[in-house]
Design a protein around this ligand. Sequence first.
Ligand SMILES: O=C(O)/C=C/C(=O)CC(=O)C(=O)O
Ligand SMILES: [Mg+2]
Length: 223
Amino acid sequence: MAGQGVHNFSRFVHWGRNIVAVGRNYRDHCAELGNAVPTKPLLFMKPVSSYLEEGTGPILIPRGCHNFHHEIELGVVIGETCRDVCEGEVLGRVAGYALTLDMTARDFQEEAKKKGNPWALAKGFDTALPVSKFIPKEEVKDPSSLRIWCKVNGESRQDGTTSDMVFSIPHLISHISHTFTLHPGDLVLTGTPAGVGPVSPGDTLTAGLGDLLTMEFSVVQRE
Ligand SMILES: O=C(O)/C=C/C(=O)CC(=O)C(=O)O
Ligand SMILES: [Mg+2]
């Protein structure tokens, strides 16, 4: 496995930065949840308090959640300010990448969707954003062609490739930057491929990004 240059995430990505997440960015995931493929990126935010660095503790199922899902995603870490950037400039402003999980309280999200409410509780609880080590961009030959996979207790659940994104990384970051500025250290989650599904207390999630790294998290109920 490559990845000699990976580093502790918080050494490079400072807490207190924006976390922008993209939803419905893989056709197969749109289909599995019965959603139309969007015609422009669907964006939401996760709070910085949702970060969970690998090795610092378990993923906590939020109180009252009865349908808790994994979503494996490629995370893009911004290296230079992005404000009104064109697509051609984007990759030059990226610092690197991380493997992330957009943990989702699906029942909270369903309730919010029915009422037309935001997804903050469904996507923003403590530990809703497990992250791998940080991978400098020099380690990643082609971010538009990376395998991302996730297993639960050793059983394959998600196995996709970033080449299947509806909107590319340059398109997503350019699009975001025309509405709000992204700063160094901000993280963009790029959406999940098909295979999202439930996890329970006692489960172990393992996930991988190409031949760059793997990560592992356990799951417990928040008391
Ligand atoms: O619309 C839904 O039911 C669910 C959408 C998501 O959770 C979107 C994502 O976070 C994603 O596609 O990665
Ligand atoms: Mg997601």
